[in-house]
Design a protein around this ligand. Structure first.
Ligand code: CAA
Length: 380
């Protein structure tokens, strides 16, 4: 076993850290307050190769491994969890799925601009009545010969108003249950496709989350991903990698909060000495450091398994389940260490605490991760 990162990994980690500190940090509080999408910063992420990290260079990507992706996600999430989810969805839910299962024509048309960061993608599985129970799709894709007719509503879609390409899961044959679901590539601007109002969220307020409405949208059959009926398995397989991305986001939120709390504890004095000299604070920092290191190892292990083409579904669910809990615990403690300052917006930690919660919800709630893990343990 080797726990050392390669030179290349360290370079990618540094590039992400520099970008986050120099480009994302200024203005992050204001973007959160005003729910402002980081337009310029996302464009820059594309130029730096952070939006198609794992895509083969033939298709405009960086050709990097999943470990590099985890390292970059941690650094970016430490500073701006909104930018991180934009990046995560584009990388692991959209680019990865298209590269793995798309046709050559789909890759040429959609994957290349997505991987280069010229456009953004969105992954549209959730519905008003289909969150955790994802097989229960009410959106329909009726077979009409050379095209499908798409009708329905999708909810809580990341990159909802900023994406150009949407991977939409819809039921074609209800009698076949989940085996009758297809994933279709829908372009922004297709007649009948409208974007609903922006959600006013607790956290990750810089990311744009919208509902989407489809009314008789004609989608060519050539825009279906995989064989007829592959759509649900496509979603599940894609989410396996997506969960590594969200686990890394949670890890970054936790480590960002921890670093802020550590620095603050060295500066802030109480009862005649820095609060870091008080055991009550030291024990909090020790717990945070231990949890964060454990979460980091779980993220890297899941990434390593994926890079080795080994089974990684259980590992990605374990990483997400644990890292998201660590994000919650650590950010709450970081606010506590900051005391009154932690409760106001100038000090970053209250935002990280709000951002942390979503990591226990999207790309499969913590309860869904427990379903996946327990089924793997019990061989079901
Ligand atoms: N790989 C391949 N196939 C898989 C799979 C995987 N990892 N997981 C499940 N499947 C297959 C199963 O084998 C089964 O197929 P067969 O019947 O042919 O064997 C089929 O999918 C249905 O699976 P289940 O019977 O296990 O389905 P279920 O109804 O019991 O639900 C679930 C399983 C794990 C709860 C699933 O519904 C799930 O993951 N729900 C959560 C959905 C989710 O993560 N949503 C996130 C939305 S996207 C998002 O948040 C993005 C964003 O914007 C940030």
């Amino acid at each position: 076993m080797n726990f050392e990162l390669s030179e290349e990994h360290l370079m990618i980690q540094k590039a992400a850290r520099d970008f986050a500190q120099n480009e994302l940090k200024p203005g992050v509080i204001e973007r959160d307050e005003n729910q402002k999408f980081p337009v310029d910063q996302v464009r820059e992420m594309g130029s730096l190769g952070f939006l198609g990290m794992m895509v083969d260079p033939t298709y405009g990507g960086g050709g990097m491994d999943t470990i590099s992706y985890v390292l970059a996600m941690e650094e970016i999430s430490k500073v701006d969890a909104s930018a991180a989810v934009i990046m995560s969805v584009n990388n692991s839910l959209v680019c990865w799925g298209l590269e793995e299962y798309g046709t050559e024509e789909q890759k040429q048309k959609y994957l290349i601009p997505l991987a280069k960061g010229n456009i953004l993608g969105a992954f549209c599985l959730s519905e008003p009545e289909a969150g955790s129970d994802a097989t229960s799709q009410h959106t329909t894709a009726t077979d009409a010969g050379d095209h499908y007719v798409l009708n329905g509503t999708k909810n809580w879609i990341t990159n909802g108003s900023t994406a150009s390409v949407y991977l939409v899961m819809a039921q074609t044959d209800a009698h076949k249950g989940h085996k009758g679901i297809n994933t279709l590539i829908v372009e922004r601007g297709m007649p009948g496709f409208t974007v609903g109002p922006k959600e006013n969220k607790l956290g990750i307020r810089g990311s744009d989350t919208h509902s989407l409405m489809f009314t008789d949208v004609k989608v060519p059959k050539s825009n279906r991903i995989g064989d007829d009926g592959f759509g649900f398995r496509f979603a599940m397989k894609t989410l396996m990698g997506g969960r590594i991305g969200i686990a890394s986001q949670a890890l970054g939120i936790a480590s960002g909060a921890y670093e802020l709390a550590l620095n603050y504890s060295r500066e802030r004095k109480a009862f005649g000495k820095p609060i870091s000299e008080h055991q009550a604070i030291q024990f909090k920092l020790a717990d945070m450091a231990t949890q964060i290191e454990s979460a980091r190892l779980l993220c890297l292990k899941a990434a390593w398994l994926k890079d080795q083409n080994q089974e990684y579904s259980q590992a990605s669910s374990i990483a997400k389940l644990y890292a998201s809990q660590v994000a919650m615990d650590t950010t709450v403690e970081a606010v506590q260490i900051h005391g009154g300052y932690g409760y106001v917006k100038d000090f970053h930690v209250e935002r990280l605490m709000r951002d942390a919660k979503i990591t226990q919800i999207y790309e499969g709630t913590s309860e869904v991760q427990k379903i996946v893990i327990s089924r793997a343990i019990l061989g079901k």
